[in-house]
Design a protein around this ligand. Structure first.
Ligand code: HEC
Ligand code: HEC
Ligand code: HEC
Ligand code: HEC
Length: 231
């Protein structure tokens, strides 16, 4: 993580220099330093929830857990319909079949070392945040540190900040199509605009306030469960 933070620092320095024209004459141009996300691990939606459940900022966690089918993608493989689809392909249990899990679970098939232990508890939560946003451990660490640097006064204020590019991915159409494609046995023609509208979870505060170091407030009370059908 320390390494990732250094790369980030380097990236912003390089950008700063480029902005002043100091790097302009260098040849060849400096290689893009590794992005924090390159070495990040999967941490699971439960960790994202710590910071992404504020109603004022769009409550991405509950939106995903209650309003989109992605959270249930693994459960779906336990239905009669799924077993039927699987049987036609000579597959006995779709919830155990790599041919199905690769699109119905998060980061399926990745080696063990790509996951942090927090992921284990939520392994069966279907298509989670990190299926679309990529592994989130570097982002988590950088944001936790930034929050810790704040004064108590700053921490109480509800603000939102811009995240440097490369810290956590914003998925494009191709990322959606990596699962929404004719290799899906139940494929429904994929129209990006309509499909995106059905899962979008924007932060309404974005662009209104641009203050560095906005603090995430931990949401109160129990969560996760009700409405999502999750354990
Ligand atoms: C890791 C694979 C995966 C990725 C990536 C993915 N999806 Fe999905 N998506 C699924 C699965 C599996 C389902 C079916 C879930 C279920 O019904 O249990 C689904 C269902 C949906 C549905 C509901 C479809 C319906 O017929 O009701 C929408 C809308 C959707 N996805 C949009 C998107 C968008 C937009 C993106 C990209 C931003 C995306 N998905 C990325 C796997 C994925
Ligand atoms: C199916 C893919 C998909 C999943 C699953 C998903 N997201 Fe997103 N997310 C997107 C896309 C696409 C955008 C950018 C476009 C949008 O929101 O309309 C986005 C944007 C965001 C943003 C930025 C919003 C803004 O306006 O600045 C946050 C924060 C976020 N997601 C958090 C999460 C969290 C936390 C989870 C899990 C609880 C999650 N996402 C699950 C696809 C996904
Ligand atoms: C320690 C707190 C924290 C955790 C944990 C956390 N985030 Fe964030 N995230 C933030 C903050 C702060 C922002 C900036 C927006 C804001 O102020 O709300 C942000 C922004 C984002 C954005 C928008 C990025 C952009 O380019 O605009 C996405 C996407 C996102 N988070 C996804 C996730 C996902 C997925 C997880 C879990 C894997 C996660 N976050 C975990 C604090 C956190
Ligand atoms: C290439 C990715 C991919 C693979 C592989 C995949 N699925 Fe899916 N599955 C999806 C997506 C995306 C959806 C939601 C939209 C759709 O049906 O196109 C979905 C939806 C479903 C649904 C719900 C359909 C409905 O109309 O309610 C079932 C059931 C299902 N899949 C079963 C399976 C089974 C069983 C396997 C393995 C034999 C499998 N899937 C393999 C991507 C995939």
């Amino acid at each position: 993580m320390r390494l990732a933070a250094r790369h980030l620092l380097f990236a912003s320095l390089a950008l700063g220099l480029a902005g002043t024209g100091l790097l302009a004459s260098q040849d060849p141009p400096p290689r893009k330093p590794p992005q924090p996300q390159d070495s990040a691990k999967y941490i699971g939606a439960r960790v994202c929830r710590n910071c992404h459940r504020l109603p004022e900022k769009g409550n991405q966690y509950d939106h995903w857990g209650r309003k989109t089918p992605h959270v249930n993608a693994f459960k779906t493989l336990g239905t009669e319909k799924a077993r039927e689809v699987a049987r036609e392909r000579g597959i006995e249990d779709p919830q155990k079949a790599p041919e199905c899990l690769r699109c119905h679970l998060t980061a399926y098939g990745r080696p063990m070392e790509d996951f942090e232990r927090t992921f284990e508890r939520v392994r069966t939560w279907g298509v989670q945040c990190e299926s679309c946003h990529g592994p989130g451990s570097a982002h988590r660490t950088l944001r936790t540190r930034a929050a810790a640097r704040q004064s108590p006064q700053e921490a109480k204020r509800l603000t939102t900040i811009d995240i440097p590019p490369g810290e956590i991915r914003i998925p494009d159409e191709a990322a959606c199509r990596s699962c929404h494609n004719p290799e899906s046995p139940t494929y429904k023609p994929y129209d990006h605009k309509t499909f995106l509208a059905r899962v979008a979870h924007p932060n309404p505060m974005r662009g209104k306030k641009k203050q560095a170091g906005g603090k995430e407030q931990e949401p109160e009370g129990d969560a996760g469960g009700s409405g999502t059908g999750l354990r």
